[in-house]
Design a protein around this ligand. Structure first.
Ligand SMILES: N[C@@H](CCC(=O)N[C@@H](CS)C(=O)NCC(=O)O)C(=O)O
Length: 258
């Protein structure tokens, strides 16, 4: 059983050309820092898969640390780092310890792969992409897990008047009914951020999967990407382990009129 897996660096296509409005000459490409070893502390089937998937999409080298089939053992490796916020993913770049998957992804893209998996900053897609980058954790995952806790401890019998799991997933469904990707016209890191919570939504039975056909079609598309498949091979070799139990009954999806 491997504790760490190393991947060889692949050729990078990192140049991005931005027009310089002042001189009409092409602006210099953003500088790409040399890529140091990036160590990803991982739990199978959890948010750290985002970072592994990103690295596979970019063909960047990384070291993956986890105990296969042993979520507690993998968490113990994170605790051993001594960081005050032991969460997964934790990523070490040079000697700096980082948490928060969205911030980790943005750091890696901005420093080591500028212009990759991000719409042009001047395009209409850019703010949309950035919104989904943040929505994934800020509104979607947060509300899914708060509903999950409520339904496990004190199951509601009526639909909440607040924005609930169904509403946060519906917003994503509506976007995908009109756009091929969360970042608009092209696959981007927003798609990488959004997959985990959308799998949580259906996996824990927080929403009725059949009501969200655009999300289902998008999941098939992203999960068949070669980089996603490579991620599964190294980061989830035995399939999903230690899943939380799904909720049994959801409240009715119709809201009572106020
Ligand atoms: N917003 C954080 C959430 C990180 C998080 O909660 N990770 C879970 C695994 S998916 C974790 O570390 N759980 C262990 C714990 O809460 O003790 C991110 O996106 O990285």
């Amino acid at each position: 059983m491997k504790k760490a897996t190393f991947f060889a660096a692949m050729a990078l296509g990192l140049t991005a050309c931005v027009a310089n409005p002042a001189s009409n000459a092409p602006a210099p490409a953003p500088e790409t820092s040399a890529v140091p070893m990036i160590t990803i502390y991982h739990l199978e089937g959890r948010r750290s898969e985002r970072v592994v998937w990103l690295m596979e999409e970019l063909g960047l080298p990384y070291e993956l640390k986890y105990k296969r089939g042993d979520l507690r053992g993998s968490m113990a490796m994170v605790h051993a780092l001594g960081h005050e916020m032991p969460m997964v993913p934790t990523v070490v770049i040079d000697d700096q310890i980082l948490v928060e998957s969205g911030a980790i992804i943005e750091t890696i893209l901005t420093r080591y792969a500028p212009g990759e998996l991000t719409p042009d900053i001047a395009s209409d897609d850019y703010p949309v992409h950035l919104m989904w980058m943040h929505y994934a954790e800020g509104s979607l995952a947060a509300r899914l897990f708060s509903d999950y806790r409520a339904w496990r401890t004190n199951p509601p019998t009526e639909r909440s008047m607040f924005v609930d799991s169904e509403a946060v997933v519906q917003f994503a469904e509506n976007h995908l009914a009109a756009n091929p990707w969360f970042g608009g016209q092209a696959f981007s890191s927003a798609d990488i951020m959004m997959l985990f919570p959308l799998n949580v939504a259906t996996g824990l039975n927080l929403v009725d999967e059949t009501k969200f056909p655009s999300i289902a079609a998008w999941k098939e598309k992203v999960q068949s990407r070669p980089a996603y498949q490579r991620m599964l091979e190294v980061a989830r070799p035995d399939g999903m382990i230690g899943s939380l139990p799904p909720i049994e009954v959801r409240p009715p999806s119709e809201r009572k009129p106020r």
